[in-house]
Design a protein around this ligand. Structure first.
Ligand SMILES: Cc1ncc(COP(=O)(O)O)c(C=O)c1O
Length: 423
Protein backbone atom coordinates (compact mmCIF):
# COMPACT_ATOMS: atom_id res chain seq x y z
CA UNK A 1 0.00 0.00 0.00
CA UNK A 2 1.34 3.43 -0.90
CA UNK A 3 2.31 5.44 2.18
CA UNK A 4 -0.17 8.27 2.80
CA UNK A 5 1.26 11.73 3.12
CA UNK A 6 0.82 13.70 6.34
CA UNK A 7 0.85 16.76 4.15
CA UNK A 8 -2.54 15.85 2.69
CA UNK A 9 -4.21 15.12 6.02
CA UNK A 10 -2.63 17.17 8.80
CA UNK A 11 -2.64 20.95 9.12
CA UNK A 12 0.41 22.51 7.47
CA UNK A 13 0.81 24.76 10.52
CA UNK A 14 2.60 21.83 12.22
CA UNK A 15 6.38 21.94 11.98
CA UNK A 16 6.65 18.81 9.86
CA UNK A 17 10.31 19.48 9.40
CA UNK A 18 12.64 16.94 10.97
CA UNK A 19 12.97 14.05 10.38
CA UNK A 20 9.26 13.21 9.88
CA UNK A 21 10.27 9.56 9.90
CA UNK A 22 7.60 6.91 9.35
CA UNK A 23 7.76 4.78 12.50
CA UNK A 24 6.12 1.50 13.43
CA UNK A 25 6.92 0.92 17.08
CA UNK A 26 9.43 1.75 19.77
CA UNK A 27 10.97 0.25 22.89
CA UNK A 28 13.41 1.76 25.37
CA UNK A 29 15.91 3.86 23.41
CA UNK A 30 15.02 2.28 20.05
CA UNK A 31 12.50 3.28 17.38
CA UNK A 32 11.66 0.90 14.57
CA UNK A 33 11.22 2.69 11.25
CA UNK A 34 8.94 1.67 8.41
CA UNK A 35 12.14 1.41 6.38
CA UNK A 36 13.01 -1.70 8.42
CA UNK A 37 15.88 0.04 10.24
CA UNK A 38 16.26 0.34 13.99
CA UNK A 39 17.29 3.78 15.24
CA UNK A 40 18.74 5.01 18.52
CA UNK A 41 16.31 7.68 19.72
CA UNK A 42 17.73 10.66 21.61
CA UNK A 43 14.66 12.82 20.92
CA UNK A 44 13.01 11.10 23.90
CA UNK A 45 9.56 12.19 22.81
CA UNK A 46 10.76 15.82 23.00
CA UNK A 47 11.85 15.27 26.63
CA UNK A 48 8.58 13.52 27.45
CA UNK A 49 10.01 10.01 27.85
CA UNK A 50 12.32 9.95 30.89
CA UNK A 51 12.15 6.13 30.98
CA UNK A 52 12.40 5.66 27.22
CA UNK A 53 9.64 4.22 25.09
CA UNK A 54 7.04 1.83 26.53
CA UNK A 55 8.63 1.19 29.92
CA UNK A 56 7.07 -2.08 31.14
CA UNK A 57 5.91 -0.60 34.47
CA UNK A 58 4.21 2.30 32.69
CA UNK A 59 2.58 -0.01 30.15
CA UNK A 60 1.31 -2.28 32.97
CA UNK A 61 -0.10 0.71 34.89
CA UNK A 62 -1.86 2.01 31.77
CA UNK A 63 -3.32 -1.44 30.99
CA UNK A 64 -4.57 -1.95 34.53
CA UNK A 65 -6.14 1.51 34.78
CA UNK A 66 -7.71 1.28 31.30
CA UNK A 67 -9.52 -1.83 32.49
CA UNK A 68 -10.89 0.01 35.52
CA UNK A 69 -11.74 3.56 34.46
CA UNK A 70 -10.63 5.46 31.37
CA UNK A 71 -12.36 8.78 31.85
CA UNK A 72 -14.49 10.39 34.52
CA UNK A 73 -14.45 14.19 34.67
CA UNK A 74 -12.88 15.55 37.83
CA UNK A 75 -15.47 17.22 40.02
CA UNK A 76 -18.27 15.06 38.69
CA UNK A 77 -16.32 12.04 39.92
CA UNK A 78 -13.50 11.49 42.35
CA UNK A 79 -10.93 8.74 41.87
CA UNK A 80 -8.07 7.65 44.07
CA UNK A 81 -5.38 7.44 41.39
CA UNK A 82 -5.49 11.24 40.92
CA UNK A 83 -5.35 12.01 44.64
CA UNK A 84 -2.54 9.47 45.01
CA UNK A 85 -0.70 11.21 42.18
CA UNK A 86 -1.17 14.61 43.84
CA UNK A 87 0.35 13.20 47.05
CA UNK A 88 3.25 11.62 45.14
CA UNK A 89 3.91 14.92 43.38
CA UNK A 90 3.66 17.00 46.55
CA UNK A 91 6.44 14.83 48.01
CA UNK A 92 8.89 15.84 45.25
CA UNK A 93 7.91 19.47 44.60
CA UNK A 94 10.09 22.27 45.95
CA UNK A 95 9.08 24.28 49.04
CA UNK A 96 5.42 24.24 50.04
CA UNK A 97 4.15 23.56 46.53
CA UNK A 98 1.60 20.81 47.04
CA UNK A 99 -1.71 21.63 45.35
CA UNK A 100 -2.41 20.96 41.68
CA UNK A 101 -4.64 21.75 38.74
CA UNK A 102 -4.24 18.94 36.22
CA UNK A 103 -4.53 19.62 32.49
CA UNK A 104 -3.39 17.82 29.36
CA UNK A 105 -0.26 19.60 28.12
CA UNK A 106 2.52 22.03 28.84
CA UNK A 107 0.67 24.93 27.27
CA UNK A 108 -2.33 24.26 29.47
CA UNK A 109 -0.11 24.09 32.56
CA UNK A 110 1.29 27.51 31.63
CA UNK A 111 -2.17 28.92 30.87
CA UNK A 112 -3.29 27.68 34.29
CA UNK A 113 -0.30 29.29 36.00
CA UNK A 114 -1.02 32.66 34.40
CA UNK A 115 -4.75 32.47 35.08
CA UNK A 116 -3.99 31.60 38.70
CA UNK A 117 -1.59 34.54 39.01
CA UNK A 118 -4.01 36.99 37.37
CA UNK A 119 -6.88 35.75 39.48
CA UNK A 120 -5.21 35.84 42.88
CA UNK A 121 -3.32 39.10 42.38
CA UNK A 122 -6.11 40.94 40.54
CA UNK A 123 -3.42 42.15 38.10
CA UNK A 124 -3.09 41.40 34.41
CA UNK A 125 0.46 41.88 33.14
CA UNK A 126 3.08 39.15 32.94
CA UNK A 127 6.80 39.53 32.44
CA UNK A 128 8.42 36.77 30.39
CA UNK A 129 11.81 36.55 28.67
CA UNK A 130 13.12 36.61 25.12
CA UNK A 131 14.29 33.15 24.09
CA UNK A 132 11.64 31.54 26.32
CA UNK A 133 9.14 29.03 24.99
CA UNK A 134 5.91 28.49 26.89
CA UNK A 135 3.58 26.95 24.31
CA UNK A 136 1.36 27.87 21.41
CA UNK A 137 -2.16 28.35 22.74
CA UNK A 138 -2.97 32.05 22.76
CA UNK A 139 -2.27 32.72 26.44
CA UNK A 140 0.95 30.70 26.44
CA UNK A 141 1.93 32.13 23.06
CA UNK A 142 1.75 35.63 24.53
CA UNK A 143 4.66 34.56 26.77
CA UNK A 144 6.66 32.66 24.15
CA UNK A 145 9.56 34.81 23.00
CA UNK A 146 11.88 32.38 21.27
CA UNK A 147 10.93 33.01 17.64
CA UNK A 148 8.70 35.75 16.22
CA UNK A 149 7.40 33.32 13.58
CA UNK A 150 5.43 31.49 16.28
CA UNK A 151 3.60 34.75 17.08
CA UNK A 152 3.28 36.02 13.51
CA UNK A 153 -0.35 36.44 12.48
CA UNK A 154 -1.76 36.21 16.02
CA UNK A 155 -1.52 39.75 17.40
CA UNK A 156 -2.77 41.20 19.65
CA UNK A 157 -1.90 38.66 22.33
CA UNK A 158 -2.70 38.91 26.06
CA UNK A 159 -0.55 41.36 28.03
CA UNK A 160 3.06 40.37 28.38
CA UNK A 161 6.41 42.12 28.22
CA UNK A 162 9.61 40.25 27.38
CA UNK A 163 12.81 40.95 29.27
CA UNK A 164 16.35 39.94 28.48
CA UNK A 165 17.42 36.42 29.46
CA UNK A 166 21.03 35.93 30.54
CA UNK A 167 22.97 34.35 27.69
CA UNK A 168 26.73 34.54 28.23
CA UNK A 169 27.61 33.11 24.81
CA UNK A 170 25.47 35.69 22.98
CA UNK A 171 26.81 38.55 25.07
CA UNK A 172 30.42 37.36 25.15
CA UNK A 173 30.58 37.91 28.91
CA UNK A 174 30.71 35.78 32.07
CA UNK A 175 27.55 34.11 33.39
CA UNK A 176 27.54 36.53 36.34
CA UNK A 177 27.74 39.56 34.08
CA UNK A 178 25.04 38.23 31.75
CA UNK A 179 22.75 37.75 34.77
CA UNK A 180 23.51 41.27 35.99
CA UNK A 181 22.68 42.76 32.57
CA UNK A 182 19.41 40.80 32.40
CA UNK A 183 18.33 41.97 35.86
CA UNK A 184 19.19 45.56 34.93
CA UNK A 185 16.97 45.20 31.86
CA UNK A 186 14.15 43.92 34.06
CA UNK A 187 14.54 46.88 36.40
CA UNK A 188 14.28 49.21 33.40
CA UNK A 189 11.10 47.44 32.26
CA UNK A 190 9.62 48.01 35.71
CA UNK A 191 10.46 51.71 35.47
CA UNK A 192 9.64 52.43 31.82
CA UNK A 193 7.11 49.85 30.60
CA UNK A 194 5.06 48.14 33.33
CA UNK A 195 4.42 49.50 36.80
CA UNK A 196 5.31 46.87 39.44
CA UNK A 197 1.77 47.09 40.81
CA UNK A 198 0.39 45.91 37.45
CA UNK A 199 2.55 42.78 37.36
CA UNK A 200 0.68 39.56 38.15
CA UNK A 201 3.67 37.31 37.55
CA UNK A 202 7.17 36.88 36.28
CA UNK A 203 7.44 33.63 34.31
CA UNK A 204 10.74 32.03 33.41
CA UNK A 205 12.13 28.77 32.12
CA UNK A 206 15.02 28.32 34.57
CA UNK A 207 16.81 26.57 31.71
CA UNK A 208 15.51 27.72 28.35
CA UNK A 209 14.61 24.72 26.22
CA UNK A 210 13.41 25.50 22.74
CA UNK A 211 15.44 28.72 22.91
CA UNK A 212 18.67 26.71 22.93
CA UNK A 213 19.28 24.91 26.25
CA UNK A 214 20.48 28.06 27.95
CA UNK A 215 20.63 27.81 31.75
CA UNK A 216 19.86 30.78 34.00
CA UNK A 217 22.07 31.26 37.03
CA UNK A 218 21.15 31.12 40.72
CA UNK A 219 21.86 34.87 40.96
CA UNK A 220 19.43 35.63 38.13
CA UNK A 221 16.68 33.52 39.72
CA UNK A 222 17.37 35.09 43.12
CA UNK A 223 17.06 38.49 41.42
CA UNK A 224 13.69 37.48 39.95
CA UNK A 225 12.55 36.15 43.33
CA UNK A 226 13.47 39.44 44.96
CA UNK A 227 11.76 41.59 42.32
CA UNK A 228 8.59 39.47 42.30
CA UNK A 229 8.38 39.76 46.09
CA UNK A 230 8.94 43.52 45.98
CA UNK A 231 6.23 43.94 43.32
CA UNK A 232 3.78 41.62 45.10
CA UNK A 233 3.80 39.44 41.96
CA UNK A 234 4.11 35.66 41.72
CA UNK A 235 7.22 33.94 40.41
CA UNK A 236 6.33 31.14 37.98
CA UNK A 237 8.81 28.52 36.77
CA UNK A 238 7.96 26.81 33.53
CA UNK A 239 9.53 23.41 34.21
CA UNK A 240 7.62 21.70 31.42
CA UNK A 241 10.86 20.59 29.75
CA UNK A 242 13.29 20.62 32.67
CA UNK A 243 11.18 18.69 35.17
CA UNK A 244 11.26 15.15 36.55
CA UNK A 245 14.93 14.46 36.97
CA UNK A 246 16.32 15.56 33.62
CA UNK A 247 18.74 18.11 35.09
CA UNK A 248 20.01 15.85 37.87
CA UNK A 249 17.46 17.09 40.40
CA UNK A 250 13.74 16.46 40.31
CA UNK A 251 13.29 20.12 39.30
CA UNK A 252 15.64 22.98 38.43
CA UNK A 253 14.14 24.86 41.38
CA UNK A 254 16.05 22.41 43.57
CA UNK A 255 19.16 22.57 41.39
CA UNK A 256 19.44 26.33 41.94
CA UNK A 257 17.84 26.37 45.40
CA UNK A 258 15.44 29.19 44.47
CA UNK A 259 11.77 28.29 44.95
CA UNK A 260 8.99 29.82 42.84
CA UNK A 261 5.37 30.38 43.87
CA UNK A 262 3.90 28.48 40.96
CA UNK A 263 5.19 25.80 38.61
CA UNK A 264 4.02 24.52 35.25
CA UNK A 265 4.98 20.88 34.64
CA UNK A 266 4.10 18.40 31.86
CA UNK A 267 6.11 16.45 29.25
CA UNK A 268 7.99 13.78 31.29
CA UNK A 269 5.32 13.57 33.99
CA UNK A 270 3.43 10.62 32.46
CA UNK A 271 5.98 9.01 30.11
CA UNK A 272 4.23 10.23 26.99
CA UNK A 273 0.57 10.28 27.98
CA UNK A 274 -0.98 13.75 27.80
CA UNK A 275 -0.83 15.25 31.27
CA UNK A 276 0.34 18.52 32.75
CA UNK A 277 -0.11 20.37 36.00
CA UNK A 278 -0.21 23.88 37.35
CA UNK A 279 1.25 23.55 40.83
CA UNK A 280 1.35 26.00 43.71
CA UNK A 281 1.15 26.30 47.46
CA UNK A 282 -2.20 25.63 49.13
CA UNK A 283 -2.17 29.23 50.36
CA UNK A 284 -2.03 30.66 46.83
CA UNK A 285 -4.29 27.99 45.29
CA UNK A 286 -7.03 28.69 47.82
CA UNK A 287 -7.48 32.12 46.23
CA UNK A 288 -8.50 30.49 42.92
CA UNK A 289 -12.25 30.52 43.39
CA UNK A 290 -14.56 27.65 42.29
CA UNK A 291 -15.39 27.53 38.56
CA UNK A 292 -12.73 30.10 37.67
CA UNK A 293 -10.84 27.36 35.79
CA UNK A 294 -11.81 23.87 34.65
CA UNK A 295 -11.28 20.94 32.29
CA UNK A 296 -12.94 17.89 30.75
CA UNK A 297 -9.96 15.57 30.36
CA UNK A 298 -7.36 17.06 32.73
CA UNK A 299 -6.19 14.57 35.34
CA UNK A 300 -7.38 11.66 33.24
CA UNK A 301 -7.16 8.39 35.28
CA UNK A 302 -5.03 6.52 32.71
CA UNK A 303 -2.55 9.41 32.41
CA UNK A 304 -2.51 9.69 36.23
CA UNK A 305 -1.69 5.97 36.52
CA UNK A 306 1.13 6.38 33.99
CA UNK A 307 2.44 9.36 35.99
CA UNK A 308 2.39 7.41 39.26
CA UNK A 309 4.33 4.56 37.63
CA UNK A 310 6.80 7.05 36.12
CA UNK A 311 7.42 8.75 39.46
CA UNK A 312 7.84 5.38 41.18
CA UNK A 313 10.51 4.24 38.70
CA UNK A 314 12.27 7.63 38.83
CA UNK A 315 12.43 7.34 42.62
CA UNK A 316 13.21 3.62 42.97
CA UNK A 317 15.96 3.69 40.34
CA UNK A 318 17.37 7.00 41.59
CA UNK A 319 17.16 8.38 38.04
CA UNK A 320 17.65 12.10 38.82
CA UNK A 321 20.93 11.24 40.54
CA UNK A 322 21.80 8.89 37.68
CA UNK A 323 21.06 11.69 35.19
CA UNK A 324 23.58 13.82 37.06
CA UNK A 325 26.29 11.14 36.81
CA UNK A 326 25.56 10.12 33.23
CA UNK A 327 25.20 13.78 32.29
CA UNK A 328 28.63 14.60 33.72
CA UNK A 329 30.16 11.72 31.73
CA UNK A 330 28.30 12.75 28.56
CA UNK A 331 29.35 16.40 28.96
CA UNK A 332 32.95 15.35 29.33
CA UNK A 333 32.76 13.17 26.22
CA UNK A 334 31.00 15.92 24.24
CA UNK A 335 33.65 18.45 25.32
CA UNK A 336 36.26 16.01 24.05
CA UNK A 337 34.41 16.14 20.71
CA UNK A 338 34.52 19.93 20.92
CA UNK A 339 38.32 19.81 21.16
CA UNK A 340 38.41 17.87 17.87
CA UNK A 341 35.57 19.65 16.07
CA UNK A 342 36.02 23.44 16.10
CA UNK A 343 32.44 23.80 14.75
CA UNK A 344 31.19 23.12 18.30
CA UNK A 345 31.11 26.46 20.09
CA UNK A 346 29.70 25.27 23.42
CA UNK A 347 28.54 22.21 25.34
CA UNK A 348 26.32 23.25 28.24
CA UNK A 349 23.61 22.28 30.67
CA UNK A 350 23.23 20.18 33.78
CA UNK A 351 22.34 16.49 33.96
CA UNK A 352 21.02 14.97 30.75
CA UNK A 353 19.71 18.27 29.41
CA UNK A 354 22.74 19.09 27.32
CA UNK A 355 22.88 21.59 24.48
CA UNK A 356 25.63 21.24 21.85
CA UNK A 357 25.88 24.53 19.99
CA UNK A 358 27.48 24.96 16.58
CA UNK A 359 29.03 28.22 15.39
CA UNK A 360 27.82 31.72 16.15
CA UNK A 361 24.08 31.63 15.46
CA UNK A 362 24.41 32.60 11.81
CA UNK A 363 22.17 31.10 9.10
CA UNK A 364 24.97 28.84 7.84
CA UNK A 365 25.36 27.49 11.39
CA UNK A 366 21.73 26.32 11.24
CA UNK A 367 22.43 24.72 7.86
CA UNK A 368 25.51 22.96 9.28
CA UNK A 369 23.46 21.74 12.26
CA UNK A 370 20.92 20.29 9.84
CA UNK A 371 23.73 18.53 7.99
CA UNK A 372 24.90 17.01 11.28
CA UNK A 373 21.35 15.87 12.08
CA UNK A 374 21.02 14.31 8.64
CA UNK A 375 24.33 12.49 9.01
CA UNK A 376 23.24 11.25 12.48
CA UNK A 377 20.05 9.87 10.96
CA UNK A 378 21.98 8.10 8.21
CA UNK A 379 24.12 6.53 10.91
CA UNK A 380 21.08 5.47 12.95
CA UNK A 381 20.63 8.21 15.58
CA UNK A 382 17.54 10.42 15.76
CA UNK A 383 18.24 13.73 17.44
CA UNK A 384 16.48 17.11 17.35
CA UNK A 385 17.68 20.72 17.17
CA UNK A 386 16.68 23.83 19.10
CA UNK A 387 17.98 27.35 19.61
CA UNK A 388 16.92 30.76 18.39
CA UNK A 389 19.08 30.23 15.32
CA UNK A 390 18.44 26.47 15.01
CA UNK A 391 22.11 25.76 15.71
CA UNK A 392 21.90 23.71 18.91
CA UNK A 393 21.48 19.94 19.27
CA UNK A 394 19.34 18.82 22.19
CA UNK A 395 21.23 15.94 23.72
CA UNK A 396 18.44 14.41 25.78
CA UNK A 397 18.55 10.61 25.96
CA UNK A 398 16.15 8.95 28.39
CA UNK A 399 17.35 9.16 32.01
CA UNK A 400 17.78 5.38 32.17
CA UNK A 401 19.94 5.28 29.01
CA UNK A 402 22.59 2.57 29.23
CA UNK A 403 26.29 3.47 29.18
CA UNK A 404 26.69 1.64 25.88
CA UNK A 405 23.78 3.51 24.22
CA UNK A 406 25.16 6.80 25.49
CA UNK A 407 28.62 6.01 24.08
CA UNK A 408 27.10 4.86 20.80
CA UNK A 409 25.13 8.11 20.50
CA UNK A 410 28.26 10.20 21.10
CA UNK A 411 30.27 8.10 18.66
CA UNK A 412 27.63 8.57 15.95
CA UNK A 413 27.60 12.31 16.62
CA UNK A 414 31.39 12.35 16.28
CA UNK A 415 31.22 10.68 12.85
CA UNK A 416 28.28 12.86 11.81
CA UNK A 417 30.12 16.11 12.60
CA UNK A 418 33.16 14.86 10.70
CA UNK A 419 30.96 13.96 7.73
CA UNK A 420 29.06 17.29 7.79
CA UNK A 421 32.30 19.25 7.91
CA UNK A 422 33.84 17.18 5.10
CA UNK A 423 36.68 15.77 7.22
C1 LIG B 1 9.27 24.95 28.49
C2 LIG B 1 8.03 24.59 27.73
N1 LIG B 1 6.86 25.11 28.11
C3 LIG B 1 5.71 24.81 27.48
C4 LIG B 1 5.70 23.96 26.40
C5 LIG B 1 4.41 23.63 25.70
O1 LIG B 1 4.07 22.31 25.97
P1 LIG B 1 3.03 21.52 25.05
O2 LIG B 1 3.64 21.36 23.72
O3 LIG B 1 2.83 20.22 25.79
O4 LIG B 1 1.78 22.32 25.04
C6 LIG B 1 6.91 23.40 25.94
C7 LIG B 1 6.93 22.51 24.77
O5 LIG B 1 7.93 22.27 24.16
C8 LIG B 1 8.10 23.72 26.64
O6 LIG B 1 9.29 23.22 26.25
Amino acid sequence: MAHRSMHDLLAPSLSIDWPNMPVVRAEGTRVYGQDGRVYLDFVSGMAALPLGHNHPDVVAAIREQAGLLIHAPVGVYQYDVLLDLAEDLAAVMPGDIGMFFFGNSGSEAVEGAVKLARHVTGRQMVIAFRGGFHGRTLGALALTGSKAKYRHGYHPLPGAVHGRFPDPLRDGVSAAEAAERALKDLDEILVHVVAPEDVAAIIVEPIQGEGGYVPATREFLLGLRERADQAGALLIYDEVQTGFGRTGEMFVAQHFGVTPDVMAVAKAIASGLPLGATASTPEIMRGWTPASHGTTFGGNPVAAAAARATLRVLREEGLPERARRMGAAATQALRALQSRHPEISEVRGPGLMIGVEFGERRPDDAAFTKDVLRACLDLGLVIYPCGIAGSVLRFIPPLNVSESDLSQGIEILDHAIAKASGR
